[in-house]
Write a protein that binds this ligand. Structure first.
Ligand code: AHR
Ligand code: AHR
Ligand code: AHR
Length: 481
């Protein structure tokens, strides 16, 4: 059985079932998600390899070869058509030209399930999915349940990495108008024990971890690499649960009465579904989503415990974030542009600016050092890489406002993440392309000989689709110095 078969047996059927990694019903053979590629805007649907099985990631890899891909639709497997698509603007605008949110890279969150490769949904700040016209979801004070699997190591304090029930107009319409899972270390509203991150309930104008609006010490900090988060709510009762999605059982973090703060009892749920954003389309948060469902009715703890057993049996595990030939940690490298007419240029720095410069064996020692980089284990994720300046040890390439800069490591989580990059076989078929770990739609790119992290056809001038593949592909060789 799949998770939604279990919820059905418990009398609380799924009204939406979303996953890019696997079927959530044992008989499901339909599409899991749609990807859209950068080269020609074409789309294709990715289905499970077999009924109830793991996504056919190889079909995505084939379709996206030699270009970039975005996840454009996360299909609802429940049969109700409650698909998640690019979130529209609301109380806040997303980063796209029309105020819409960004779509996620199709390759930002590779994993395996029972040894088979699949891709999750890596949400960078600015990314969001939504459905404002859901069939069958809970409204008003009606009971519902939900769970999601997140990456417990990918979070921030922005508002708000959510999955669940939200406003149908993408605006903040008041207390109690949402009931969504939240994951992160935001402390503007509530918090739990320790320094976070926490699973909390976004009930609108508040992230709740218990009955009180502020700190609830019963809600633990949780950072399982694969995290099961569970929320349910009905008339004057709700519960927050969680556990390790790779082993063991769920713990109950809160179960009891609704918050006493005004507006949360009874609830005024509206029934839209969001992923990666707040109810009002706040887009500051980051996180990774693998699968999640919404139910009708208040699931029993026993039903949720069976779902957790099913999740553990799916055997989520990590896999490499890199592909192609991978740079050697500790080595000194140079990165040569592959764009025709620019191949005498190498990634270099001039003070804090990262750019390309013409470098050769007869260049000055100073210039050779400016164009040489020591490969380090990624400061923000050791499965990827950071690039330390040869002439300014302790300074690393980071992105800031999507420009590349050379800056001293200030030790902050933000710096470390902004200085972490993963490598893949070069998009134009030559050497290597280097994408930002935290923004996997964005790659090291030169544009007018200045370096950025650029997306394929995004809103910035430096995101231009013209010459994108060549501009984001570099030949890595031994450093000049
Ligand atoms: O409740 C926290 C957030 O507050 C909601 O997600 C958002 O709509 C509002 O800004
Ligand atoms: O480069 C994009 C973002 O810009 C970085 O993540 C952040 O540090 C800065 O605001
Ligand atoms: O960086 C040099 C060139 O500038 C890039 O190849 C092109 O995209 C831009 O015009």
């Amino acid at each position: 059985a799949g998770p939604c078969d279990i919820y059905s047996s418990g009398g609380t059927p799924c009204i939406a079932a979303h996953s890019t990694t696997r079927a959530l019903y044992s008989a499901y053979t339909g599409s899991l998600y749609q990807v859209k590629r950068g080269s020609d805007g074409a789309t294709t649907n990715i289905a499970p390899l077999s009924a109830g099985g793991v996504a056919n990631a190889a079909a995505q890899d084939t379709f996206c070869a030699g270009t970039t891909c975005l996840i454009s639709i996360i299909y609802d497997q429940s049969g109700r058509g409650n698909h998640l698509t690019q979130a529209p603007p609301g109380g806040f605008n997303g980063p796209e030209a029309n105020g819409a949110d960004n779509l996620a890279s199709a390759i930002g969150a590779p994993v395996t399930l029972n040894g088979q490769k699949a891709y999750g949904v890596f949400v960078s700040p600015g990314t969001g999915y939504r459905n404002n016209a859901v069939s069958g979801s809970a409204t008003g004070d009606a009971a519902e349940g939900m769970y999601a699997i997140f990456d417990g190591t990918h979070y921030n304090g922005g508002c708000c990495f959510d999955y669940g029930n939200a406003e149908t107009n993408s605006r903040d319409t008041g207390n109690g108008h949402m009931e969504a899972l939240y994951f992160g270390d935001n402390t503007v509203w509530g918090s739990g024990a320790g320094s976070g991150p926490w699973v909390m309930a976004d009930l609108e104008n508040g992230l709740f971890s218990g009955q009180g609006s502020k700190n609830n010490a019963g809600d633990p900090s949780v950072s399982y690499r694969f995290l099961t988060a569970v929320l349910k709510g009905g008339p004057n009762q709700w519960s927050l649960r969680g556990g390790n999605a790779a082993s063991g059982s769920l713990s109950t973090y809160y179960s009891g009465a609704r918050p006493t703060a005004s507006g949360y009892n009874p609830m005024s749920k509206e029934g839209a579904i969001i992923l990666g954003i707040g109810g009002d389309n706040s887009v500051g948060a980051q996180g990774t989503f693998y699968e999640g469902v919404m139910t009708s009715g208040y699931p029993s703890d026993a039903t949720e415990n069976s779902v957790q057993a099913n999740i553990v049996a799916a055997k989520y595990a990590t896999t490499s974030l890199n592909s192609g030939s991978v740079p050697t940690v500790g080595s000194s490298i140079s990165l040569q542009a592959t764009t025709s007419g620019y191949t005498t240029r190498y990634l270099a720095h001039d003070g804090a600016t990262v750019n390309t410069q013409v470098v050769s064996s007869s260049s000055s020692t100073a210039l050779k050092q400016q164009a040489s980089w020591t490969v380090r284990a990624g400061l923000g994720n050791s499965a990827c890489f950071s690039f330390e300046s040869k002439d300014t040890p302790g300074s690393y390439i980071r992105h800031y406002d999507f420009g590349l800069q050379l800056k001293a490591n200030d030790g902050s989580k933000q710096f470390k993440e902004d200085a972490t990059f993963c490598t893949q076989a070069g998009i134009n078929g030559q050497g290597t392309s280097i994408r930002a770990w935290g923004y996997p739609t964005r790659y090291f790119r030169h544009y007018n000989n200045v370096a950025y992290v650029a997306s394929n056809g995004g809103v910035h001038t430096f995101d231009s689709a013209t010459s994108f593949n060549a501009d984001v592909t570099w030949v890595i060789s031994a450093g000049f110095a």
